[in-house]
Write a protein that binds this ligand. Structure first.
Ligand SMILES: NC(=O)c1ccc[n+]([C@@H]2O[C@H](COP(=O)([O-])OP(=O)(O)OC[C@H]3O[C@@H](n4cnc5c(N)ncnc54)[C@H](O)[C@@H]3O)[C@@H](O)[C@H]2O)c1
Length: 527
């Protein structure tokens, strides 16, 4: 048993560390730490473990070379392998349920897994995005229950928030039936110490520590990588906060920001994405207004952007499982303590309606061009929630598709980045494997190391160019589509240009540019 106040087991450079959840956030973290110290990467999905053991990362956030460089990393789906670890970092999803309430199921199940191997003096750090209070109020009790240990926190200067009367029900949490069955007492695990509770400082027998350090990575962004983004850290006491901070400073070259408490760090993360969501919502509302006024939104934003302090946000679909989801964690907590968040929810409503707005606009453009809408064919270019990335989670392109289908439009979808089987599984969409062979010659591909519109280096997809291998005799025919919607600005589509995209349509087809990446005078409409 560790001596009181002795935290050396947490600071030793060879202390084994566990990463729970090897997705977009967990794997890069496991790989980075795995270059320097023993790391057990744990994930419940056997197929994820199998692909990583084969040296392949389907999220494309780490290359086979980076995986190989993590010499001290072992990946597994066996929770027993976690037993030697003293520091546990939880990076599992935090989605919302169908009623937009936080769904804590993965987080609490991961906490139960950790709880079963937790030892006195161990440290559990959460990275998943949550509402302020979640780590200590929701996760700590699960760790306590499964470990038989007590959470040791410093006295907090602020009162613990309480749920308001008549507030929303608790977030969707798994029933005990969903959690792993209660483990048999383990000879290695001490029984909980009676009478011991939070409020004491330092390391105490029969207790564990908590940290929170939110992730800020931006999938598909080759510039902002795990190590080059400043990281917020926090801990359950000043001593633990210092240990958490020092741990991350081993891998984060951009430095860290030590927050004063776990709740401050939790709140900081959730407002980063809420602020972004609201800024985009304002741009979307402006796009709705300017659309009615017949003014091009991008031209207005470019003009306004000539002022030094005008923020460079753009209208668009807000998908993915962060920006469109995290604000609901904050609004849930706000309502639970008796505050109805008006601005945040208004922004969410506007952003969630943009897919339907795009569909309605395209239908109007088709009708104005004399195109019969019923049974017409529309091609959607891009399904991922953002450009140059295979991530399909919470993509709002599906809202465009759903709305078009309500007009009895036949919709095809093509995206060179995504896993088509995943699109079928998640959204019931049978995506095209390749574009119809009708387009004019493609411009030459950019040289290796080329740069995108924003100056960032281009990432290469696993897939070949959409029309690669096409012979000259197959070109020049007329495409089958009545309208084309450029929904995601993948570099392949930008390279095709308006002319290349138009070649996929009938002579009188509509070309709509959701992302405003094509010249305005070469498209029929854009947000
Ligand atoms: N993806 C991002 O860009 C990003 C950025 C910042 C923060 N976040 C936050 O980080 C967290 C993780 O996001 P992500 O994108 O890495 O998710 P993800 O879906 O890519 O990965 C999560 C992994 O956790 C695994 N998992 C689920 N339940 C588990 C359990 N009980 N035990 C072990 N493994 C389990 C899944 O199999 C999956 O491989 C979320 O809270 C998210 O909001 C994500």
């Amino acid at each position: 048993m560790d001596h009181p106040l002795d935290l050396s087991h947490l600071t030793a450079p060879d202390t084994p560390l566990a990463i729970i959840g090897l997705g977009y956030v967990g794997l890069p973290l496991a790989v980075e730490f795995g270059k320097h110290r023993p790391v057990i990467g744990f994930d419940i999905k056997p197929e994820r473990i199998a692909e990583l053991q084969a040296g392949h990362d389907s999220t494309r956030e780490t290359t086979p070379e980076e995986l190989a460089a993590a010499r001290h990393l072992t990946v597994t789906n066996d929770p027993e392998a976690l037993r030697p670890c003293r520091i546990f970092i939880v990076t599992v999803p935090t989605p919302v349920d169908e009623y937009k309430r936080p769904d804590l199921t993965p987080l609490l199940k991961a906490s139960a897994t950790v709880g079963q191997v937790l030892k006195p003096g161990d440290l559990v750090i959460y990275e998943s995005t949550v509402y302020p209070g979640c780590t200590e109020e929701d996760c700590a009790p699960v760790l306590e229950k499964w470990s038989g240990l007590k959470y040791l926190s410093s006295p907090s200067p602020q009162p613990s928030p309480t749920r308001g009367e008549g507030a929303l029900p608790a977030p969707h949490a798994p029933s005990d039936a969903n959690l792993p069955s209660q483990p048999q007492p383990d000879a290695n695990l001490p029984s909980p110490l009676a009478g011991e509770g939070p409020g004491e400082r330092g390391n105490q027998p029969g207790t564990f520590h908590l940290g929170y350090s939110p992730e800020r990575i931006n999938p598909g962004d080759p510039h902002h990588r795990l190590t080059t983004i400043k990281k917020v850290t926090s801990g359950s006491s000043p001593e633990i906060a210092a240990i958490v901070d020092a741990l991350y400073r081993q891998i984060i070259t951009a430095g860290t920001h030590r927050a004063s408490s776990i709740r401050v760090a939790e709140a900081a993360k959730v407002i980063e994405n809420t602020q972004r969501d609201l800024n985009i919502a304002l741009m979307n509302e402006l796009a709705l207004i300017f659309g009615k006024l017949g003014i091009d939104t991008l031209e207005v934003l470019e003009a306004a952007g000539s002022k030094w302090n005008f923020l460079p946000f753009r209208p668009g679909l807000v998908g993915g499982h962060c920006i469109g989801v995290d604000p609901y964690y904050l609004t849930h907590k706000a309502i639970a303590i008796g505050h109805h968040p008006e601005v945040i929810l208004a922004g969410r409503r506007i952003n969630d309606r943009m897919g339907a707005h795009v569909a309605e606009t395209v239908v109007k453009l088709m009708l104005q061009s004399g195109i019969g809408v019923c049974n017409s064919r529309v091609l959607i270019l891009g399904l991922a929630f953002k450009e140059n990335c295979p991530d399909l989670r919470n993509t709002r392109v599906v809202d465009i598709i759903d709305a078009l289908r309500e007009y009895s439009i036949r919709v095809d979808v093509y995206d060179p980045w995504i896993d088509r089987a995943e699109a079928q599984h998640e959204y019931g969409l049978h995506c095209l494997a390749e574009l119809p062979r009708v387009a004019p010659p493609l411009p030459s591909p950019p040289p290796p190391g080329g740069r995108g519109q924003d100056g960032t280096p281009l990432r290469q997809p696993d897939h070949p160019s959409p029309l690669a291998g096409e012979g000259p005799g197959e070109r020049g025919s007329i495409g089958p589509y009545d309208a084309l919607i450029l929904a995601v600005a993948h570099r392949e589509f930008i390279q095709m240009g308006a002319a290349g995209l138009r070649a996929l349509g009938k002579p009188k087809s509509v070309l709509y540019d959701v992302k405003a990446v094509l010249p305005a005078d070469q498209v029929d409409g854009r947000l």
